[in-house]
Write a protein that binds this ligand. Structure first.
Ligand code: WT7
Length: 675
């Protein structure tokens, strides 16, 4: 972005002129009647097999509000990707019905967004980790064919509409095919990040009582082969999993159980590539995705069909200014919500090409990303600040020798993008002209809810931006009153929320109520983030209000880490705090009580291993302090805030309420001597 005025950046004239949204009137239009606004969009943007009868409702129940969007409507997400998009270029026969005829959009969207879709357009590009291995490409027709074959194979295995299927796959085309095949036949998918441990897989599968799992033999990470099937075999112990479908990826040795294991290729080989899209109610479950929540709660978040499909589609169109020829690269693993919504669903719903990359950003060389952008003429790059900070540290050289001029929009997500990183990104990758959209949202909101729109602006470095048109975010003080501009408070979302808002916590309605709806009025959604609004309405996220640490954009609670630490037989209890990290944003620091005799170095190493195993290498702590005792209040609460102050050598304030003030000096000594 180049036009700077008063600390605010605006899009260039050229960008603005061609943007899908370029008139700020849309904000007013939407806020006048957000329900009507979304209703119009739903009719205009989606193909409904049967029209919806009620746009929005949020009936209060004993377990919080029961939110419904587009009740009565029937649709299939994959039909909106394939048949609907393909038909738009030929005839409108599939749209049919009175809904489409009645659709009178109040929103003016520049005509450039109309997609000239053909069956032979590339839907998916897959780049393997090894640059010498062949790139794979699927046209819309080929992808639909693969999706249908696998959907039929699932049906033949006995999978039924409404069942939940676990997906534990690396970033290979089959992860997209599996998710889409589930959506095709009304099966709920639960994707588990492939770097998660067998224990993490098990608890997720147990929660949803899944009977089927899709996994791979292995995959590559920095040139090493990871035996994923082995992890899957361990992870399904003590679950209801009856059948495991295995994609052949790395050709590594695996243990095979004939009665239980099925090769993906063999299952699909002779299947028909025709599979009618299941008629789904708008509120039927689409997927469940577990996340870390407040005070260590494990939250399998429920998303349903109609609202999610709409918000995934329109946010892509608005926020990334999706155009016909775009190649969209969201670098997130499909195991996370960003991967669900923007690596797969949003670009495909918008009929463009999406790119998946199997490997790490700097492997085998630090210009790997630049090479992928150059080779595939990527136009939209959506990533996390942690990756940008890494490249900032490597220096702009990583991008110098490649032609990255195809890029037209840059996006950031997952955590605060600090001003120095934003400015570097703007200069080195954005060449002072590309829009940078800092997008705020959560697993719970399904899609973007705060950002600056690239064709409208303004953009303020390190600030997420305005509420999306049709979404009403606010900042409340302790008493539930809106904070004045410039005053920090709790970030909340007010009715009608957004179409993709969380509908519940799988199997735990009490949690749903307590985590999201219990702080203010019954209909005020709590994000658990702290934020400040300026006089323009621009929202700056200042941090989490709970014990979640965002490590490299991933959401991890201190208590999850603590339970991994406490798994060590020599440790009785522990306290984990998050401290700032130059690359990862935040990183954990562990304090654990240890009174044993075993060598301290060994114990430290074992704890580190345990954390890596259960949460992935990203959660590796900066330092593990083995202490004699942790500072506690008289009621026994561990004083984590005090540990943080000790670490940063800040004033501790009154510590007379501690039951064991003598621990302070001992820990201080350990910190200063780095023991
Ligand atoms: C939490 C949600 C959003 C999809 C990926 C993460 C933090 C997210 C931003 C941003 C500052 C951000 C918040 C939020 N967060 N985007 N643009 N600026 N903070 O989804 O794992 O559910 O995490 O990520 O703390 O609550 P998630």
């Amino acid at each position: 972005m180049n036009k700077k005025w008063n600390g605010l950046y605006y899009p260039t004239k050229d960008f603005q002129k061609q943007a899908n949204l370029n008139n700020k009137k849309i904000y007013k239009q939407a806020s006048k009647d957000p329900i009507a606004f979304w209703s119009d969009l739903a009719k205009k943007e989606l193909f409904w097999q049967e029209p919806f009868t009620e746009t929005f409702s949020n009936k209060q129940t004993n377990f919080g509000p029961e939110i419904k969007w587009f009740s009565g409507g029937k649709l299939n997400l994959t039909e909106n990707i394939f048949e609907h998009n393909i038909s738009q270029s030929n005839s409108l026969s599939l749209r049919g019905g009175s809904q489409a005829d009645e659709a009178i959009p109040t929103v003016e969207i520049a005509s450039g967004s109309a997609l000239a879709m053909t069956k032979s357009k590339v839907a998916l590009i897959w780049e393997p980790e090894n640059p010498d291995e062949q790139t794979k490409k699927y046209t819309y027709e080929e992808l639909l064919s693969e999706v249908n074959k696998f959907a039929n194979a699932l049906k033949n295995l006995g999978v039924k509409k409404g069942d939940t299927v676990g997906i534990y796959l690396p970033i290979i085309p089959e992860i997209a095919i599996s998710m889409l095949a589930c959506a095709r036949i009304g099966v709920v998918h639960l994707v588990v990040f492939s770097a998660f441990s067998p224990d993490a897989l098990r608890i997720r599968l147990q929660t949803v009582k899944a009977k089927y799992l899709i996994t791979a033999d292995g995959y590559y990470r920095r040139g090493k082969t990871i035996n994923l099937k082995q992890n899957a075999d361990l992870g399904i112990e003590n679950t209801n999993i009856e059948k495991v479908i295995v994609v052949k990826r790395a050709g590594n040795d695996i243990i095979w159980e004939n009665s239980k294991n099925f090769w993906f290729d063999e299952l699909t080989k002779n299947e028909s590539n025709i599979c009618p899209p299941e008629k789904m109610n708008s509120e039927d479950l689409l997927f469940v995705l577990p996340e870390s929540g407040t005070t260590g709660q494990f939250l399998p978040i429920i998303h349903t069909t109609g609202g999610y499909t709409l918000q995934a589609k329109v946010t892509g169109k608005w926020v990334f200014d999706i155009k016909d020829g775009d190649v969209f690269w969201s670098t997130a693993d499909p195991g996370w919500i960003t991967g669900h919504t923007y690596s797969i669903y949003s670009p495909l719903l918008n009929g463009i090409t999406t790119l998946l990359f199997e490997g790490a950003p700097d492997f085998p060389t630090t210009d790997r990303w630049a090479k992928i952008i150059e080779k595939n003429k990527v136009t939209i790059l959506y990533t996390a600040p942690t990756a940008i900070r890494m490249f900032k540290q490597y220096g702009a050289e990583s991008f110098k020798n490649c032609d990255i001029s195809s890029l037209r929009v840059l996006g950031s997500v997952g955590e605060i993008i600090d001003a120095p990183t934003w400015l570097w990104h703007n200069k080195e990758i954005g060449k002072n002209k590309l829009p940078i959209v800092d997008t705020y949202w959560q697993t719970e909101t399904g899609a973007i809810i705060i950002t600056s729109l690239p064709g409208i602006g303004p953009t303020k470095p390190a600030c997420a931006g305005l509420s999306l048109p049709g979404v009403n975010m606010n900042i409340f003080d302790e008493n539930g009153k809106p904070c004045k501009n410039g005053v920090e408070g709790n970030l909340v979302m007010l009715p009608p929320y957004c179409p993709a808002i969380v509908r519940g916590i799988f199997g735990a309605p009490e949690k749903y109520k307590n985590v999201y709806w219990n702080l203010y009025g019954k209909d005020v959604y709590i994000t658990s983030d702290r934020a400040i609004k300026d006089k323009h309405g621009i929202i700056k996220i200042t941090g989490r209000a709970d014990d979640v640490i965002k490590i490299a954009g991933r959401r991890i609670t201190t208590s999850e880490l603590e339970s991994a630490v406490n798994n060590h037989p020599e440790i009785s209890e522990s306290a984990v705090i998050g401290i700032p990290d130059e690359i990862k944003g935040s990183t954990p620091l562990v304090f654990a009580t240890y009174r044993g005799v075993k060598n301290k170095d060994e114990v430290t190493k074992e704890i580190e291993q345990e954390i890596k195993k259960s949460m992935g290498p990203i959660a590796t702590p900066k330092k593990i302090y083995l202490v004699h005792e942790l500072p506690k209040t008289r009621s026994g609460k561990i004083m984590r805030t005090l540990l943080k102050k000790l670490y940063f050598n800040e004033n501790l304030g009154d510590i007379s309420t501690l039951s064991n003030p003598e621990t302070i000096e001992a820990i201080k000594k350990q910190i200063t001597t780095n023991l």
